[in-house]
Design a protein around this ligand. Sequence first.
Ligand SMILES: Cc1cc2nc3c(=O)[nH]c(=O)nc-3n(C[C@H](O)[C@H](O)[C@H](O)COP(=O)(O)OP(=O)(O)OC[C@H]3O[C@@H](n4cnc5c(N)ncnc54)[C@H](O)[C@@H]3O)c2cc1C
Length: 413
Amino acid sequence: MNKSSNIGIIGAGIQGISNALFLQKKGFNVTIFDRDEPGSHAASYGNAGHFSPYASLSLNRTDVLADVPAMLLSSTGPLALKWNYVPKMIPWFMKFIFNTTKNKMMHTAKNMHQILDLALPAYDELFDEIDLEGLVENKGILYIWNEKDLKSRELEIKVRDELGVQQQLVNKKEIHDLEPNIKPFYHGGVYYPYARHARNPKKILLKFFELFLKKGGKFEKQDVKQIEFNDEFPTIQTDSQKFDFDKIIIACGAFSKKLTDKLGERIPLDTERGYHIHFKNCDHLLSRPVIFSNRGFGITPMEQGLRVVGTVEFGGLDNPLSKSRIKNLINNAKYMLDDLPEHEDEWLGFRPTLPDFLPVMGPSKNHKNVFYCFGHHHLGWTLGPISGKIVSGMIAKENTNLNLDPYSSLRFS
Ligand SMILES: Cc1cc2nc3c(=O)[nH]c(=O)nc-3n(C[C@H](O)[C@H](O)[C@H](O)COP(=O)(O)OP(=O)(O)OC[C@H]3O[C@@H](n4cnc5c(N)ncnc54)[C@H](O)[C@@H]3O)c2cc1C
């Protein structure tokens, strides 16, 4: 296609902005739409900041279902429900259960591994163009657990071994040497030395956004209501204006379904709600992100202080923040570290998740000039640039040498 074509992108999260930057590299004119300023509240602002190229095994795994009742009953556990939303989510849960067989689990793991393996090099292509100013640390990521959790960890380690993911099992002494301030409740762990973390995801996002503007990109702070078509070409309609494009990308994270439903395609996207709080001026207590696997939460040292992140809460996009989940994060953080002050900044965010835990990347079923890039669940921060590289390659009709069929929305037709 003509490289001076105009592309509209809906969503200025890490997916939308990464798509824009890779399209600009290929010579396209790009306009991004977002109802908010980039990096203000979205998942791409509040995440744990892990760049986790190892995390190929997702939550659709053979052992998770058996653990769900105990996780729901435990106040220290990672899982929660908003009961008013459960009836709406039943179709999603049914599809999720269907995706927890060994074959489906491995299908997801292999196809996540395919893109995760390329995630850091794709980031580096974008990092080469900005001044990172110490916003990314290369100190690895550490998972710790106590004995109760060993069974589940064995599956994870085995699958990652099968896929060729580098991992380093660490004993109590090695964990203490890496992170001496953690209370010694743990029995073992695994360390991913090549993983990285962001000291401030919002600042990184804004640096990418400034680069996008510097390269001639346009930004419209508008809520997109509708997509219409003039022949086969899409028109983005906001509250007050219409914009014509050659092609558009929907990259609205967990909110993408509102637009894909209007395009007549039933994609079963929902959200796993997650939370963060900060303990200001405490980031010196940890050198790298540490995840306490038994309780499904983690702490990342950031510019904002220690960011404590966790919870998978099924409750849709409209329910308010749950105070009990904030309490859960505070208690878990205090279980792990001594002398924490009062917490600040209670944040609720929305992971965009499909029931097979694979993202949707590629053209829409009904409209060849509409592309999708959403549904990256727990790994959307890690996968922003590689997804942008892949989808921009599809738009430019380049050969990516990857098998992209597993990410197509057609799998739900
Ligand atoms: C608690 C938590 C911790 C996480 N930790 C990690 C981690 O450590 N590592 C990792 O890799 N991933 C992590 N994730 C996942 C990751 O943050 C997300 O997958 C990723 O940020 C999704 O990016 P996105 O661009 O698709 O969506 P978003 O960041 O949600 O951006 C979507 C944008 O679309 C805009 N939008 C939506 N609808 C419209 C509309 N109609 N019109 C205009 N604009 C619209 C929104 O305003 C928003 O700015 C975490 C997520 C959560 C919630």
